[in-house]
Design a protein around this ligand. Structure first.
Ligand code: PGA
Ligand code: ZN
Length: 437
């Protein structure tokens, strides 16, 4: 009897970091190797993402997941029984065919990604290796494994902080750090400095959904000045040691090329927003900007990439939704030069891997990313290391669902015997500020 045949698949309801129900799946193989994974959930979702299966109705404000759980325990469990867990592509194809919809709305992207990831974990358990190594061993031409460069939130805004500022993520990335551990050390110093400065100024209102300071700013640029001050207060050099990275999440405030900056009581067109961001790139040590335009504003995205794509990462999240075909189209059009890789946007691990492959072929940078609704699940860290992805975005350096990921990275760094990017950072990521700084 093969030890990689699936014996059972079981789902249960667990809780995410916003106190909402979500799906956990456990896959058990013959000889009892077991893998478990939990589906995360976004708040600022792209319309092209795999659709979650939520119950609607009264319970949990309509966010119940009983239908997803029934789907896993019923038809998914039956379809996977006896299948070879080591053939992830075939497993995911069973899920995709069983669902039968283009957007995964029948079974639900949440049920499907939790199952798909649990299968990968079970497989690693059967091989008696960590998931990152199991994935790394399956790479065709494996490079030595390394840790990704963290991108970490300091201020949360947009849909994650009641719209207090219009822009969603003000982040830092330790472009000058020599190791993963050092990148976290430096970020913790910057976070502490930023929180202190914010408290002094009476502008802190606790923490936002992803653990960054929930800020009170008068406009969308003040957080950038505050970030630079915090980096300096931490004894680091802005741009050389620690750079700034932004997720504009423009789909949240832009419709049909009109961008409403409520905090500043003004509305910009696509060129106006682009001009504002280009100006920021000129004046602040910014190395990456995600979703600078709304998901429907392709022309705006192309123009923005043309304007600053040689100097900063222009990252597609809502715009690309971890879709290989969208990444190929964006590369053809000249929109974006990097992509956020979120497994639950794609809905299965194989499709997530295909998106990464498309990004590599296009010469795009890649950042594996968590969602704003998270749990203690650490699968994404293993994907980043196992697949050799340069960057990782998890939210802030506070709150357990975030530190679960960073701490898992530290454990993997120990397993790698010699922390991480070890001289090879950044292999494909482009950080011109660092190069010229
Ligand atoms: P989300 O936010 O999980 O709410 O989509 C994360 C992001 O936009 O990158
Ligand atoms: Zn985003």
């Amino acid at each position: 009897m093969s030890n990689s045949k699936i014996k059972s698949t079981h789902a249960r309801r667990v809780w995410d970091s916003r106190g909402r129900p979500t799906v956990e799946v456990e896959v058990t193989l013959n000889y009892n190797a077991c893998g478990r994974a939990i589906a995360p959930a976004g708040a600022s979702t792209g319309t092209g993402e795999a659709v979650e299966n939520r119950d609607g109705g009264e319970a949990f404000g309509g966010l119940g997941v009983e239908n997803s759980i029934a789907a896993v325990n019923g038809e998914i469990a039956r379809a996977l029984k006896g299948r070879d867990a080591s053939d992830q592509t075939a497993i995911d194809k069973v899920l995709i065919d069983l669902d039968g919809t283009a957007d995964k709305s029948r079974l639900g992207g949440n049920a499907m990604i939790a199952t798909s990831m649990a299968v990968a974990h079970a497989c690693a358990a059967a091989r008696k290796v960590p998931l990152w190594r199991s994935l790394h061993d399956q790479e065709n031409a494996p490079e030595p494994p390394f840790l990704p460069l963290p991108e970490i939130q300091i201020f949360g805004g947009g849909a994650h902080a009641g719209g207090r500022v219009d822009i969603q993520d003000y982040m830092v990335t330790a472009v000058g750090a020599a190791t993963f551990a050092q990148a976290l050390d430096w970020t913790a110093d910057v976070y502490r400095a930023a929180a202190g400065l914010m408290n002094e100024a009476g502008r802190s209102h606790g923490v936002a959904d992803e653990g960054g300071v929930w800020p009170d700013f008068d406009d969308n640029e003040q957080p950038l000045d505050m970030l630079v001050r915090a980096i300096e207060a931490a004894g680091l050099r802005p741009g050389r040691d620690m750079a700034i990275s932004l997720d504009i999440a423009a789909s949240q405030f832009g419709v049909k090329g009109r961008y409403r900056l409520a905090r500043e009581d003004r509305t910009l067109d696509s060129d106006g927003l682009s001009g504002m961001l280009v100006d920021w790139v000129e004046r602040y040590p910014i190395v990456a900007i995600e979703d600078p335009m709304s998901e429907g504003d392709k022309e705006g995205m192309v123009r923005f990439t043309w304007a600053v794509g040689k100097r900063v990462q222009v990252i597609g999240d809502d715009f690309l939704v971890t879709s290989a075909s969208r990444i190929r189209a964006a590369a053809r059009d000249g929109a974006c030069n990097a992509v956020l890789i979120k497994p639950n946007q794609a809905g299965t691990l194989s499709e997530t891997r295909a998106a990464l492959e498309a990004a590599r072929k296009a010469g795009f940078g890649a950042i594996v990313s968590a969602r704003s609704g998270e749990t203690e699940d650490v699968t994404i860290v293993h994907l980043a290391v196992g697949w050799g992805v340069d960057q990782l975005k998890v939210g802030s350096i506070t709150r357990g669902e975030r530190t679960a990921k960073w701490n898992e990275g530290l454990r993997i760094a120990d397993q790698l015997e010699g922390d991480l990017f070890g001289g090879r950072l950044p292999p494909r990521a482009r950080f011109p500020w660092r190069a010229s700084g």
